[in-house]
Design a binder for this molecule. Structure first.
Ligand code: DCP
Ligand code: MG
Length: 370
């Protein structure tokens, strides 16, 4: 990599707590230990969804964002509990305190995960693997919880690595393994590639990093907009994004550039629905809900319009997001122009203190993150 000076190779750790909400519940309530536990809405209530499930519950196929009703069908004996956000925030603060013993370059992505840059660590340990081991041990000893760590020379592979040996995993992807690792990586495993983009890639015959590597930067940009340049670099193991402390998020969004321009009509409406849902799922994932919804439309001539509407209270329902987006699209004046890109953004988060939990970066680089 063409970086000068002693930071020739950065040392990045990504830490992600295992089955976070469920593990905190099992820690605090011994009667839940060893049992299939679902944190989220109750199956009786309307619209309840699973926030997360204990590893015991995952054996039955229960997953985050699934309806509670479905979860109950998969495992009738599962225990359902409501989330206790204060408890999770408390743990979140404590893990951050542990991180801060080693570095101040901490970038939280949500309550349970963060990037750390330990190229220069406060204790002069030097080895990122040792630091990750110590952090995991401290989380165990002091908080009675487990975390998984990914270690690499950039954020992208560190994040993928932390997910590879869950729970209680530690995975190192060093410089010598990096290119081969990226070549073998399936596109749906690329962090930030949502279903929409993954499907589009597969339609183009792009299944792995190696397939993407065969395309020029120009072609990738043509296909995937500004994410194309990111893909071009990342399949070569290059991700220069810095770990940035204290980033603030202003909006959560999803967007997609189509393979061909579309007129107003059914196909465009279907895409809009998918994109609106992707945006909302991100909102759900981070538990951050906004009052304002913005539709972005870019036309075949690259001209762009945005249309917004603000609701009296935060939007917390997926159907509402779809309905409002559909209404905004119906009212937008197109003339005879075809559409190249659609995007849906959620903003106006109000009082919610998101500053400490968030990274605004992924939204722009990974418009289709789900
Ligand atoms: N979460 C949520 N809704 C989602 C996804 C996640 O409310 N759709 C919440 C509950 C999770 C927490 O965020 O506990 C962290 O999300 P992760 O994706 O890291 O999932 P877990 O920590 O639960 O499990 P894993 O061990 O796979 O990281
Ligand atoms: Mg987690």
């Amino acid at each position: 990599m063409a970086i000068e000076g002693k930071n020739l190779i950065r040392k990045i750790i990504h830490i992600d707590m295992d089955a976070f909400y469920a593990s905190v519940e099992q820690r605090d309530f011994p009667e839940y230990r060893g049992k299939p536990l679902v944190v989220g809405g109750s199956p009786e209530g309307r619209g309840g969804v699973v926030a997360t499930a204990s590893y015991e519950a995952r054996k039955f196929g229960i997953r985050s964002a699934m309806t509670s009703k479905k979860a109950q069908q998969l495992c009738p004996y599962a225990i359902f509990v409501r989330p206790r956000f204060e408890a999770y925030k408390d743990v979140s603060r404590k893990i951050r305190e542990i991180f801060s013993r080693y570095t101040d370059l901490i970038e939280p992505l949500s309550l349970d995960e963060a990037y750390l840059d330990v190229t220069e660590d406060k204790l002069g340990i030097g080895s990122a693997i040792t630091i990750a081991e110590q952090i995991k041990q401290a989380i165990k000893d002091e908080l009675n919880l487990t975390a998984s760590a990914g270690i690499s020379i950039n954020k992208f592979t560190a994040k993928i690595a932390s997910d590879m040996n869950k729970p209680d995993g530690l995975t190192f992807i060093g410089p010598s393994k990096l290119e081969k690792f990226m070549e073998d990586l399936r596109v749906e495993k690329f962090f930030g590639v949502g279903k929409v983009t993954a499907e589009k890639m597969k339609r183009q015959g792009l299944h792995t990093g190696k397939d993407l590597k065969e395309l020029t930067e120009f072609r990738l940009t043509q296909l995937f907009g500004k994410s194309g340049k990111f893909f071009y670099n990342i399949v070569r193991g290059i991700d220069q994004r810095e770990v940035r402390a204290n980033r603030e998020i202003k909006s959560i969004s999803a967007e997609d550039t189509f393979s061909y321009d579309l007129p107003k009509g059914e196909e465009l409406s279907e895409w809009l629905e998918q994109i609106a849902k992707s945006a909302f799922k991100r909102s759900q994932h981070y538990q951050i809900y906004g009052r304002t919804l913005t539709l972005k439309v870019k036309f075949e001539d690259f001209k762009q319009i945005t249309r917004s509407v603000s609701m009296p209270t935060a939007i917390t329902d997926i159907e509402q997001v779809v309905d409002i987006s559909t209404m905004l699209l119906a009212n937008a004046d197109f003339g005879a122009k075809k559409v190249r890109l659609l995007g849906v953004g959620i903003s106006n988060f109000g009082e919610i203190k998101i500053r400490e939990h968030f990274d605004g970066y992924q939204q722009t680089l990974f418009p289709n993150y789900e």
